[in-house]
Write a protein that binds this ligand. Sequence first.
Ligand code: ADP
Ligand code: MG
Length: 564
Amino acid sequence: MASSEWREELTDGFHLVVDALKLNGLDTIYGVAGIPITDLARLAQAEGMRYFGFRHEQSAGHAASIAGYLTQKPGICLTVSGPGFLNGLVALANATTNGFPMILLSGSSDRAIVDLQQGDYEELDQLNAAKPFAKAAFRINNPEDIGLGVARAIRAALSGRPGGVYLDLTAKVLGAALDLETARKSLIKVVDPSPLQPPSPSSVIRALNLLKKAKRPLIILGKGAAYAQADEEIRTFIESTGIPFLPMSMAKGILPDTHPLCSAAARSHVIGQADVVILIGARLNWLLSHGKKPLWSETTQYVQIDIQAMEMDSNRPIQAPVVGDIKSSVQAFLEALESQNVQVSREWLEGIAQKKQKNIEKMAARLNADVSPMNFSTALRAIREVLADKPDVYVVNEGANTLDFARNIIDMSQPRKRLDTGTWGIMGIGMGYAAAAAVESGSSVVAIEGDSAFGFDGMEIETLCRYHLPVVSVVFNNGGIYRGDPEGSAPSPTGLLADARYDKLIEAFGGKGYFVRDPMSLSTALEEALESRQPALINCVIDKTAGTESGHIQGLNPKSALHK
Ligand code: ADP
Ligand code: MG
């Protein structure tokens, strides 16, 4: 047999990983190339997968995780061993915390050397390091197990509550040969990786019976509801019952923020007064004050729809747990609803309407104030007006005050269009989320960034420019974390360079930079940048004194017992 014929009968680990991903419809990789996965990235691209190379693994990982959230397919992040893997871990942990499906694929060095701690290049026991931060972690030690390893990772990422999965690819496995026949047989196309999980009929009846007694019911929509893509079912349930709803930040847009039943502008009022709350894909964690006083009443009763049974009773007793996927559960509610009678009291709705009206007027006064320099409100008014007739545009948002103000001021009218710091309160997601939103949707993205938040991943503007992604970053530049230092003082722990020219950074990579100081120039710049569909950065200078310490969550800073 000629040697070339003999080789045709063989494949290797690199090919098998690519084959396994493609077989399962995974066609996009976000990563940073290097030893030992460079050839894997090259091969994936050559075999028709989309490969997006980032400047830091954390950003690549965030991109993968939000791609997972948007598509209901695990986002793939590819990293080198050791430090590159560790850089990706923050994104993996963030994905797990938020319930985003992603797979971190990292190359790793020689097991024998790592286990005897003989000091290999980028040596690290990656599998064990990943475990506390992942929903599941696996290592593939044989080339014939690649198909199985990828299948297990996909199922782990997508089933039940989604999360981050680590898949360790040893250099040895990647380079190992396998005969084609065995290789072909080893691949697995995963069947139904996120099966619908209809709730038990009795749990639905229990929930509707509780609802029947309610006079002041409230629905809280979380990002689990957005992820579930049950938009029609949720809209029908809300509109046919007439129950007011409150969207958590990433659930904004499942129904438009301008919907008459949206109670976001009366948040504390509805939370404090509701007698029965239906949580749909939202956890009673810190973002909802754990369901505790003073925001909540002690007598509130809960229906909670969640796919994760263990979530029930985690912060407050749940009188009517409904364990199931949101689509099936809301459908089941709709089917059983006919004979039930949901009574939303007139006073409840009128009270909410009054509260909303008052708060909307208060906000309007802040938005329309004629102040110079601009502050958060007046700058966001300009952005809000530009985005008002562009519902397709994705909004990525991070920072402290920049996050709090933008969440309240920028209305959303389509589901899954608002991507932000989420459950973990993480900074540095901006450019990764923005890149992946543009890649996965083809739509434009506006990333509204605090100047500190932007600093964590600002170098990724080179990535955005390299791939010509239609992302406009608006950096709210007040010269500091929370706010800027006083003129002439030495840098404080929260200070950043005053008058930094972030706009010039993007010009170094061929993108378009804008420097704006007033709402009019901001809206002109944003219109123009969005129109161009090219990467742009708007350095939006706002009042250095604008911004409060820690934004809306100042209370989380510990207070010294000495000063009590
Ligand atoms: P938010 O921060 O917006 O309140 P959370 O991330 O706290 O949202 O909550 C999302 C919840 O949604 C999680 O408890 C998760 O288990 C749940 N979840 C995610 N996907 C689904 C689904 N398809 N069906 C049911 N529950 C889901
Ligand atoms: Mg700042």
